[in-house]
Design a protein around this ligand. Structure first.
Ligand SMILES: Cc1cc2nc3c(=O)[nH]c(=O)nc-3n(C[C@H](O)[C@H](O)[C@H](O)COP(=O)(O)O)c2cc1C
Length: 228
Protein backbone atom coordinates (compact mmCIF):
# COMPACT_ATOMS: atom_id res chain seq x y z
CA UNK A 1 0.00 0.00 0.00
CA UNK A 2 1.43 3.43 -0.94
CA UNK A 3 1.86 6.27 1.49
CA UNK A 4 -1.11 8.16 0.05
CA UNK A 5 -3.42 5.25 0.64
CA UNK A 6 -2.15 4.79 4.15
CA UNK A 7 -2.68 8.44 4.96
CA UNK A 8 -6.11 8.35 3.34
CA UNK A 9 -7.17 5.30 5.34
CA UNK A 10 -5.91 6.76 8.56
CA UNK A 11 -7.66 10.06 8.03
CA UNK A 12 -10.87 8.14 7.31
CA UNK A 13 -10.54 6.81 10.83
CA UNK A 14 -9.81 3.21 9.97
CA UNK A 15 -8.36 1.69 13.09
CA UNK A 16 -7.64 -1.64 11.37
CA UNK A 17 -8.95 -3.21 14.54
CA UNK A 18 -12.02 -5.23 15.32
CA UNK A 19 -14.37 -5.61 18.22
CA UNK A 20 -16.19 -8.93 18.55
CA UNK A 21 -15.22 -9.62 14.92
CA UNK A 22 -16.58 -6.34 13.50
CA UNK A 23 -14.49 -3.46 12.11
CA UNK A 24 -14.00 -0.27 14.12
CA UNK A 25 -14.14 3.16 12.55
CA UNK A 26 -12.79 5.90 14.80
CA UNK A 27 -13.24 9.30 13.20
CA UNK A 28 -10.74 11.25 15.28
CA UNK A 29 -7.70 9.08 14.65
CA UNK A 30 -4.89 10.61 12.70
CA UNK A 31 -6.14 14.16 13.13
CA UNK A 32 -3.45 16.60 14.22
CA UNK A 33 -4.08 18.64 17.37
CA UNK A 34 -4.99 21.70 15.23
CA UNK A 35 -7.38 19.83 12.95
CA UNK A 36 -8.83 17.90 15.84
CA UNK A 37 -9.77 21.04 17.84
CA UNK A 38 -10.33 19.11 21.06
CA UNK A 39 -12.80 16.78 19.43
CA UNK A 40 -15.13 19.64 18.51
CA UNK A 41 -16.46 19.10 15.02
CA UNK A 42 -15.91 15.35 15.00
CA UNK A 43 -18.43 13.76 12.71
CA UNK A 44 -19.68 10.19 12.93
CA UNK A 45 -21.73 8.04 10.58
CA UNK A 46 -24.83 8.86 12.58
CA UNK A 47 -25.29 5.32 13.85
CA UNK A 48 -23.22 5.31 17.07
CA UNK A 49 -22.47 1.62 16.64
CA UNK A 50 -21.19 2.02 13.02
CA UNK A 51 -23.75 1.71 10.27
CA UNK A 52 -22.24 -1.59 9.06
CA UNK A 53 -22.12 -3.22 12.49
CA UNK A 54 -24.53 -4.91 14.80
CA UNK A 55 -24.36 -3.58 18.35
CA UNK A 56 -21.45 -5.31 20.09
CA UNK A 57 -22.65 -8.08 22.36
CA UNK A 58 -20.27 -10.84 23.38
CA UNK A 59 -21.50 -12.69 26.45
CA UNK A 60 -19.95 -15.97 27.55
CA UNK A 61 -20.88 -18.25 30.39
CA UNK A 62 -17.49 -18.05 32.06
CA UNK A 63 -16.11 -14.50 32.07
CA UNK A 64 -15.85 -12.75 35.42
CA UNK A 65 -15.42 -9.30 33.86
CA UNK A 66 -17.67 -7.31 31.55
CA UNK A 67 -16.87 -4.23 29.45
CA UNK A 68 -19.92 -1.99 29.09
CA UNK A 69 -19.38 0.97 26.76
CA UNK A 70 -20.98 3.65 24.64
CA UNK A 71 -19.24 5.34 21.71
CA UNK A 72 -20.58 7.82 19.17
CA UNK A 73 -17.59 8.43 16.89
CA UNK A 74 -15.62 5.25 17.56
CA UNK A 75 -12.72 6.22 19.83
CA UNK A 76 -14.19 4.74 23.00
CA UNK A 77 -15.08 1.61 21.05
CA UNK A 78 -11.45 1.30 19.94
CA UNK A 79 -10.30 1.71 23.55
CA UNK A 80 -12.83 -0.95 24.62
CA UNK A 81 -11.42 -3.32 21.97
CA UNK A 82 -7.90 -2.85 23.35
CA UNK A 83 -9.09 -3.66 26.87
CA UNK A 84 -11.00 -6.69 25.55
CA UNK A 85 -7.86 -7.94 23.83
CA UNK A 86 -5.90 -7.87 27.07
CA UNK A 87 -8.58 -9.45 29.25
CA UNK A 88 -11.06 -12.21 28.70
CA UNK A 89 -13.87 -9.83 29.48
CA UNK A 90 -17.31 -10.03 27.90
CA UNK A 91 -18.58 -7.03 25.91
CA UNK A 92 -21.84 -5.11 25.97
CA UNK A 93 -22.37 -1.98 23.90
CA UNK A 94 -24.92 0.56 25.10
CA UNK A 95 -27.33 1.33 22.28
CA UNK A 96 -29.76 4.23 22.21
CA UNK A 97 -33.19 4.00 20.63
CA UNK A 98 -32.49 7.06 18.45
CA UNK A 99 -28.78 7.41 17.48
CA UNK A 100 -26.98 10.75 17.75
CA UNK A 101 -26.59 12.69 14.50
CA UNK A 102 -23.53 12.40 12.26
CA UNK A 103 -23.17 16.17 12.55
CA UNK A 104 -21.31 17.41 15.61
CA UNK A 105 -23.33 20.66 16.06
CA UNK A 106 -26.59 18.70 15.93
CA UNK A 107 -25.28 16.21 18.47
CA UNK A 108 -24.14 19.03 20.70
CA UNK A 109 -27.50 20.78 20.66
CA UNK A 110 -29.37 17.54 21.36
CA UNK A 111 -26.95 16.76 24.21
CA UNK A 112 -27.41 20.27 25.64
CA UNK A 113 -31.20 19.91 25.58
CA UNK A 114 -31.00 16.49 27.23
CA UNK A 115 -28.74 17.84 29.94
CA UNK A 116 -30.82 20.96 30.65
CA UNK A 117 -33.99 18.89 30.93
CA UNK A 118 -32.27 15.90 32.62
CA UNK A 119 -34.08 13.89 29.97
CA UNK A 120 -31.57 11.22 29.12
CA UNK A 121 -31.93 9.06 26.00
CA UNK A 122 -34.02 5.96 25.79
CA UNK A 123 -31.91 2.82 25.47
CA UNK A 124 -32.46 -0.12 23.18
CA UNK A 125 -30.68 -3.06 24.74
CA UNK A 126 -31.40 -6.13 26.77
CA UNK A 127 -29.21 -6.13 29.82
CA UNK A 128 -28.00 -9.62 30.82
CA UNK A 129 -27.84 -10.86 34.39
CA UNK A 130 -24.82 -9.04 35.80
CA UNK A 131 -24.59 -10.95 39.08
CA UNK A 132 -21.81 -13.29 37.87
CA UNK A 133 -19.37 -10.49 37.05
CA UNK A 134 -16.82 -9.31 39.62
CA UNK A 135 -15.35 -6.44 37.60
CA UNK A 136 -17.27 -4.04 35.41
CA UNK A 137 -15.32 -1.85 33.00
CA UNK A 138 -17.40 1.25 32.18
CA UNK A 139 -16.40 3.10 28.99
CA UNK A 140 -17.76 6.41 27.71
CA UNK A 141 -16.85 9.66 25.96
CA UNK A 142 -16.75 12.84 28.04
CA UNK A 143 -19.59 15.19 27.15
CA UNK A 144 -19.70 18.63 28.78
CA UNK A 145 -17.07 17.52 31.28
CA UNK A 146 -19.09 14.57 32.53
CA UNK A 147 -20.48 11.20 31.41
CA UNK A 148 -21.98 10.93 27.93
CA UNK A 149 -25.74 10.69 28.40
CA UNK A 150 -26.24 7.09 27.24
CA UNK A 151 -23.96 5.92 30.07
CA UNK A 152 -25.90 8.09 32.53
CA UNK A 153 -29.15 6.52 31.31
CA UNK A 154 -27.67 3.03 31.59
CA UNK A 155 -26.51 3.55 35.16
CA UNK A 156 -29.80 5.13 36.20
CA UNK A 157 -31.65 2.08 34.93
CA UNK A 158 -29.22 -0.66 35.99
CA UNK A 159 -27.00 0.76 38.73
CA UNK A 160 -28.42 -1.46 41.41
CA UNK A 161 -27.13 -4.53 39.57
CA UNK A 162 -23.58 -3.27 40.07
CA UNK A 163 -23.60 -3.76 43.81
CA UNK A 164 -20.44 -5.33 45.32
CA UNK A 165 -18.44 -5.00 42.10
CA UNK A 166 -15.09 -3.54 41.24
CA UNK A 167 -15.71 -0.63 38.86
CA UNK A 168 -13.02 0.30 36.32
CA UNK A 169 -13.95 3.50 34.42
CA UNK A 170 -12.30 4.31 31.10
CA UNK A 171 -13.00 7.17 28.77
CA UNK A 172 -11.92 9.17 25.75
CA UNK A 173 -12.13 12.95 25.71
CA UNK A 174 -11.16 16.05 23.82
CA UNK A 175 -8.14 17.00 25.89
CA UNK A 176 -9.94 18.49 28.88
CA UNK A 177 -9.73 15.38 31.03
CA UNK A 178 -12.19 13.28 32.99
CA UNK A 179 -14.24 16.14 34.47
CA UNK A 180 -16.51 14.91 37.26
CA UNK A 181 -17.46 11.72 35.43
CA UNK A 182 -16.21 9.29 38.08
CA UNK A 183 -17.94 11.22 40.89
CA UNK A 184 -21.07 11.14 38.76
CA UNK A 185 -20.88 7.34 38.46
CA UNK A 186 -20.41 7.09 42.23
CA UNK A 187 -23.41 9.37 42.88
CA UNK A 188 -25.70 7.50 40.49
CA UNK A 189 -24.71 4.11 41.89
CA UNK A 190 -25.29 5.31 45.42
CA UNK A 191 -28.69 6.75 44.49
CA UNK A 192 -29.64 3.50 42.81
CA UNK A 193 -28.82 1.53 45.94
CA UNK A 194 -25.62 -0.07 44.69
CA UNK A 195 -23.38 -0.87 47.64
CA UNK A 196 -19.76 -1.72 48.34
CA UNK A 197 -18.28 -0.70 45.01
CA UNK A 198 -14.52 -0.53 44.72
CA UNK A 199 -13.28 1.98 42.14
CA UNK A 200 -10.03 1.63 40.21
CA UNK A 201 -8.49 4.98 39.11
CA UNK A 202 -9.84 5.81 35.64
CA UNK A 203 -8.06 5.38 32.31
CA UNK A 204 -8.33 8.65 30.35
CA UNK A 205 -7.19 8.84 26.70
CA UNK A 206 -7.39 11.64 24.11
CA UNK A 207 -9.87 10.64 21.42
CA UNK A 208 -7.38 11.16 18.55
CA UNK A 209 -4.64 9.09 20.19
CA UNK A 210 -6.31 5.84 21.17
CA UNK A 211 -4.30 4.01 18.52
CA UNK A 212 -1.15 4.87 20.50
CA UNK A 213 -2.46 3.84 23.91
CA UNK A 214 -1.50 0.14 24.05
CA UNK A 215 1.14 0.49 26.77
CA UNK A 216 -1.10 2.62 28.97
CA UNK A 217 -3.94 0.14 28.49
CA UNK A 218 -1.67 -2.76 29.50
CA UNK A 219 -0.49 -0.99 32.67
CA UNK A 220 -4.03 -0.03 33.61
CA UNK A 221 -5.45 -3.51 32.96
CA UNK A 222 -2.71 -4.94 35.21
CA UNK A 223 -3.82 -2.53 37.94
CA UNK A 224 -7.45 -3.56 37.50
CA UNK A 225 -6.58 -7.25 37.56
CA UNK A 226 -4.47 -6.90 40.68
CA UNK A 227 -7.71 -5.93 42.45
CA UNK A 228 -9.78 -8.81 41.01
C1 LIG B 1 -21.76 16.45 22.69
C2 LIG B 1 -20.26 16.38 22.94
C3 LIG B 1 -19.71 17.06 24.02
C4 LIG B 1 -18.33 16.98 24.27
N1 LIG B 1 -17.83 17.61 25.39
C5 LIG B 1 -16.49 17.47 25.69
C6 LIG B 1 -15.93 18.06 26.86
O1 LIG B 1 -16.63 18.70 27.68
N2 LIG B 1 -14.61 17.90 27.11
C7 LIG B 1 -13.81 17.18 26.27
O2 LIG B 1 -12.61 17.05 26.55
N3 LIG B 1 -14.31 16.61 25.12
C8 LIG B 1 -15.62 16.74 24.83
N4 LIG B 1 -16.14 16.14 23.69
C9 LIG B 1 -15.24 15.36 22.83
C10 LIG B 1 -15.34 13.86 23.08
O3 LIG B 1 -15.21 13.55 24.46
C11 LIG B 1 -14.27 13.11 22.31
O4 LIG B 1 -14.33 13.47 20.97
C12 LIG B 1 -14.40 11.59 22.51
O5 LIG B 1 -13.18 10.96 22.16
C13 LIG B 1 -15.53 10.99 21.65
O6 LIG B 1 -15.60 9.60 21.89
P1 LIG B 1 -16.32 8.58 20.86
O7 LIG B 1 -15.53 8.63 19.56
O8 LIG B 1 -16.20 7.26 21.54
O9 LIG B 1 -17.72 9.03 20.68
C14 LIG B 1 -17.49 16.23 23.41
C15 LIG B 1 -18.06 15.58 22.31
C16 LIG B 1 -19.43 15.65 22.07
C17 LIG B 1 -20.01 14.91 20.88
Amino acid sequence: MGLNNRVKNRSAGSANEKIAGQPITAYQLGKSAGAWRNGAGTESDGQDTNSQNRPTRHLTKTARSLIIYFSRSGSTELLASKIAKQTSADLLEIVVERPYAASYPQTLSRANLERESANFPELNLQVPDLSRYETIYLGYPIWAMTLAHPMTAFLMANGRQLTHKQIAPFMTEGGYGQGNSVERIQDILENQGSQKNRFVPALVVDGNQVDQADKRVAAWVAQVQSGD
